[in-house]
Ligand binder design. Structure first.
Ligand code: HEC
Length: 108
């Protein structure tokens, strides 16, 4: 029992150290790591496990009027039903923009 707790604690610290590292890559935002951390739970591979009708592919987004990184940032700040809201404190504008651009160029 005790061993399990120690292992779990070590794992948590390891994961935290890893995500802090992934945040910054030579001072630049690692958009893929940020997407994996904040968005991939619900949008693995650009899909949408909660609302299958709203994946993150470029064409699917365009059909809903989402055509630029600004439109995606607007969704991050003020999402539809079922999506987590990320405010500026949790996700600064620079980071939200980097994730938005990553989404546009990654998912077809
Ligand atoms: C808790 C699950 C969850 C998380 C986390 C999440 N999303 Fe979503 N996302 C959803 C759901 C559900 C919808 C559909 C909402 C609706 O009906 O408008 C959605 C919709 C979207 C849309 C609009 C799609 C469209 O066609 O209208 C975009 C863009 C988007 N998410 C991007 C992101 C990004 C970028 C992140 C990470 C910063 C993220 N999401 C995190 C669940 C999530």
């Amino acid at each position: 029992m005790k061993k399990t707790i120690v292992t779990a604690t070590l794992f948590t610290f390891g994961a935290l150290a890893f995500s802090a590292q992934a945040d910054m890559e030579g001072g630049k935002i690692n958009a893929k790591a940020e997407f994996d951390k904040h968005c991939a739970v619900c949008h693995p591979g650009g899909g949408n496990i909660i609302n299958k009708a709203k994946p993150l592919g470029k064409e699917a987004l365009a059909k809903n009027g989402i055509k630029s990184w600004k439109n995606i940032v607007a969704k991050i700040r003020n999402p539809g039903p079922g999506m987590t809201k990320f405010d500026k404190k949790e996700m600064p504008d620079k980071e939200a923009k980097a994730i938005a651009e990553y989404v546009l160029k990654t998912f077809k």
